[in-house]
Write a protein that binds this ligand. Sequence first.
Ligand code: NAD
Length: 271
Amino acid sequence: VSDFSTTSNLQRLAGKVAVITGAASGIGKATAEEFIKNGAKVILADIQDDLGHSVAASLGPDATYTHCDVTDESQLAAAVDLAVSRHGHLDILHSNAGIAGGLPQDDVTRLDLADFDRVMAVNARPAMAAIKHAARVMAPRGTGCVVCTASSAGVVPVPALATYSVSKSAVIAVVRAMAEPMARRGLRVNAVSPGATRTPMLLRELPRIAAVSQGMSAELTRLVDEDVDSDSVAVMLEPEDIARAAVYLASDDARYVNGHNMVVDAGYSVH
Ligand code: NAD
């Protein structure tokens, strides 16, 4: 594996301005760091304000934190407007905030539809809202892109995370449905779909997921134990693995990549 700090020096996002939701933690935080290393200015948007402020402070003058609950369209709009007022324009909106929802999600006679509504409100609806408000400020310039964090669970559903899987399939559907309408304005939208990634969310949820999983729990349990068999492709990714995929999708290297779901899961969901 090459030294990633070398590739970061290519400044793939020089002069670009980004908003990242869910940026106080995990994948969003790693993406903010990677975007800045690549020359971007970043607005970190989240609901964990203390954490978000300290993460932004640690990233230096190119990082700004703002409170933004992605379930509230007006707050997402305000984060976009902050990027424009502070930096003059917006090039990248990374719609990344997400939650796992309550567990289990596969007990068919006791499905929790209030939880379903909440998970869809945090994970799925903001992808559409992100496209709307990114396009509002990007279309007049005819350049810019949205990157949505979906999940390998949106490609191959995880039964114990049924609701979550549906919400992430919806994100992938949004990306595919909106690619052509975005292209008509000179814009792009893509998804990055992580496999199991070492973040506070996963470390919090994985024992619970493994505990309620029937049949498919073996691989997950091995990940919890970090004792993965050498013949298994199950792997714990690092947040930086996803951040680097987001850098590519957000960069001009990907100028003709549109409506794509980039799965970053070591091939796990292929099987
Ligand atoms: P995380 O919990 O570390 O980070 C998620 C962030 O989103 C948190 O800072 C949280 O405060 C924020 N957030 C939650 N609800 C919000 C809201 N309503 N408005 C604004 N921010 C909100 O988790 P993570 O693993 O870094 O997750 C980031 C994204 O990656 C999520 O969409 C998640 O579904 C997805 N994902 C994660 C994994 C994994 O294994 N970790 C795998 C596939 C997909």
